[in-house]
Write a protein that binds this ligand. Structure first.
Ligand SMILES: [Zn+2]
Length: 329
């Protein structure tokens, strides 16, 4: 006969084992580019065209989307077969729902709290690192990213405009207070000492799945300055990009000499608008993406392939030619 205490020990141990298996599965999963859609091998002629594109311009405006972060193990929303929309029925929270419902906010923050350790520890991949190298060579006017994952900054890029905000800051809906997301995690830890859930799941904004039971009782703090409602500093679906951000992007596109779109289908208008502005000003457009984008018809060069793979090969070609030139001198 097994006692109640022994059953408890067995349950706790089983949970630990299941969590370890999940962690191992996650590592296996994320290291194999499982969130990256399949694509045909990259054509050599396309690589050479992209190389010429990058060499010819000195003030690139780079636009990046979720496709650049899939190689870091963060899935995108829309990719065929591997994106979140293809994998589950879950949709991101809408701005109005978040603002209007305390229950929605509690669920959001509980899930965001559990997903944070995993989400905040994701590292930049080859594509982010090569963009940083190109920026260091003074060829990049700005990087406009649609991602909220901070991976460009983690790779060392400095000229980054976060079009849809950042998951690493938290704002107050009622005053100008902005706090660091790491600080909020400490506050949430203190308020919810019994919340012992870990997850291996990850979404583009750090959201994870939790049961209603796990969400109920989760305590969400208010703004320390005014007692108002806290929201991650990201543009939710149904919300608008702030006018100041739109103007900053316009200003920088104006002063760039070309546009390079990486890992984005430009489905959202805030991204597509940048391609339209560049096109109407006669600035050449290049694209690296697996699958169609809204700007395909506007591009002078389009390369279908993994962002990291394509950029690494093109960068190697540029470097090889530079070395040759040096030797000839
Ligand atoms: Zn406030």
């Amino acid at each position: 006969m097994i006692s109640f205490a022994e059953v408890n020990v067995i349950c706790v141990n089983s949970c630990k084992i299941i969590n370890s298996i999940r962690t191992v599965l996650y590592r296996t999963y994320s290291s194999g580019f499982n969130f990256v859609p399949k694509s045909a091998p990259v054509k050599e002629s396309d690589l050479l065209k992209l190389k010429a594109f990058i060499e010819n311009f000195d003030r690139l405006c780079v636009v990046t989307g979720a496709g650049i972060s899939t190689e870091s193990g963060i899935p995108d929303y829309r990719s065929e077969g591997v994106g979140l929309y293809a994998r589950s029925d879950r949709r991101p929270v809408l701005y109005k729902e978040f603002c209007n419902s305390e229950a929605v906010r509690r669920r959001y923050w509980a899930r965001n709290y559990v997903g944070w350790p995993r989400f905040s520890s994701v590292r930049p991949n080859t594509a982010h690192k090569i963009l940083r190298l190109i920026e260091d060579e003074n060829k990049v006017r700005c990087i406009v990213t649609q991602n909220v994952d901070d991976l460009h900054a983690k790779a060392g890029s400095r000229r980054v405009i976060e079009l849809h905000g950042t998951a690493f800051k938290v704002m107050c809906l009622d005053c100008d207070e902005r706090i660091c997301r790491y600080y909020l995690q400490e506050v949430l830890d203190r308020l919810n000492p019994d919340m012992n859930v870990t997850t291996s799941m990850i979404r583009p904004d750090g959201d994870v799945d939790l049961s209603q039971e796990q969400v109920e009782g989760f305590k969400v703090p208010t703004c320390e300055n005014c007692g108002g409602v806290l929201k991650p500093d990201i543009i939710f679906f149904g919300d608008n990009v702030p006018r100041q951000t739109v103007e900053t992007v316009k200003y920088n596109v104006d002063r760039s000499d070309s546009l390079l779109i990486i890992g984005s289908t430009l489905t959202t208008y805030s991204g597509y608008r940048i391609a339209l502005q560049a096109n109407s000003a006669g600035k050449p457009i290049g694209i690296i993406n697996i699958g169609k984008t809204r700007a395909d018809d506007l591009a002078v060069v389009k390369v279908e392939g993994r962002c990291g793979d394509v950029l690494a090969k093109v960068y190697a070609l540029i470097r090889r030619d530079e070395e040759k030139q040096k030797r000839l001198k």
